[in-house]
Design a protein around this ligand. Sequence first.
Ligand code: C2O
Ligand code: CU
Length: 464
Amino acid sequence: MLTRRAFIGQTAATLGMVMSGRQVLAASHAPAILTAREATVQLAPDGYPATSIWGYEGRAPGPAIRVRRGERVQRRLVNNLPEPTSIHWHGIRIDNAMDGVSGLTQEAVAPGQAFDYDFVAPDAGTYWYHAHNRSWVQVARGLHGPLIVEEAEPPQVDREETLVLDDWLLDPETALIDESFDNPMRMSHGGRIGNLITTNGQFDPAIPVERHTRLRLRLINVSNARIFPLQLAGLRGWTVALDGMPLATPEPLEGVLVLAPAQRADLIVDVTAEAGETAHLVRLGNDDRPASQVAFPVSASAARTPRAAPAALPPNSVSGLGSLADARPLRLVMSGGAMGRMNSAVLGGERLGFRDLAARGRFWAFNDMAEMTQAPLADLSLGERVRLEIVNETVFPHAMHLHGMHFREIRDGRPAGPMRDTLLVAAQETREIGFVADNPGDWLFHCHMLSHAESGMMTWVRLT
Ligand code: C2O
Ligand code: CU
């Protein structure tokens, strides 16, 4: 097992390499640079070979970007990869031109080229950035990183940890299995689920803490397709935000927190385990067998004692949904996948049978369309209220993500539940979301199981 110190040492060494090879960083007015490039990192435990990845600044996760709410983010993406790429700033209510969707909001950045991203982060919260060209390959290779927007007055905690949860599909030599990206079996089932699970690019990490310490944990699921069911052990905690947006009231985290691909959760946790014990962020396996996602070895504390429940985080200023009486109703029917009932769907203007679709790498459809088309799912006008029914006819769960705007779930005709940007829709389940279409531009709506998005589960709305 890698110790935390070894991990930090390794990161520092990698960073040193980047810095020395990149004098351009010293230039005074140039924006900070994010170079997407190949790198070799130690993902698997010590004793196993290192893994060749793609990462921002050669790291996976890439460097954490931190700003205060309302501040500007400026980054120059330099593409040193062998293929075109772009960066999407997931969850940010962003200027459409900066959304980073290759083929929709910008051209992908060719190898050797650069692109300047420049936007304001209007809301505090935990966000992330990731490649949005051939995402199912590029994100799986490691092109992702945290984007943290701090509250004007952050909550009182003793320390904060960002925990980037990921999985990697590696062969016995710990190389990424390339053929698996386009593997029809994976595409038509649960997606590309890895066999090595990491936190911050590390297998089974440990974070030493003192008893009674209050921590803020920012959890980000950057994996392609893995749903993380999480639990606390030796920690008493509250969920204070989901997908960046504060909950009106912190919710005690007593049961299981389900984090679907692309979702985030902000937790405030107190270390309740005794000195000498180890607290855990626990991951439940498929068979519900618990494993340690992150270990927190506990040492004795000075004089701290248990504290009162945390207060809610200060709210962001997202438009409230208001009345849904005259909201525009939309419907999205998801079909396909293994064991599905999709007999045919439209691809390239032609109706094709399941076999022909599969031969062209399409396994899923939205409203019978097996690809994103020139025509949006809906043309919306600015300020319009929308209610979107999502009907999952497949036997797989899907993590549905809307770009550019947060939404709330609608139950019994009323806004219910927290504001989110990614909703996990279970197999054969129907859910409804509502949002105010207040951000002009072209916005994707897709499954964040990225091989599903690639093989048919992607559409968009236009807002003018
Ligand atoms: Cu996080 Cu379209 O993606
Ligand atoms: Cu999906």
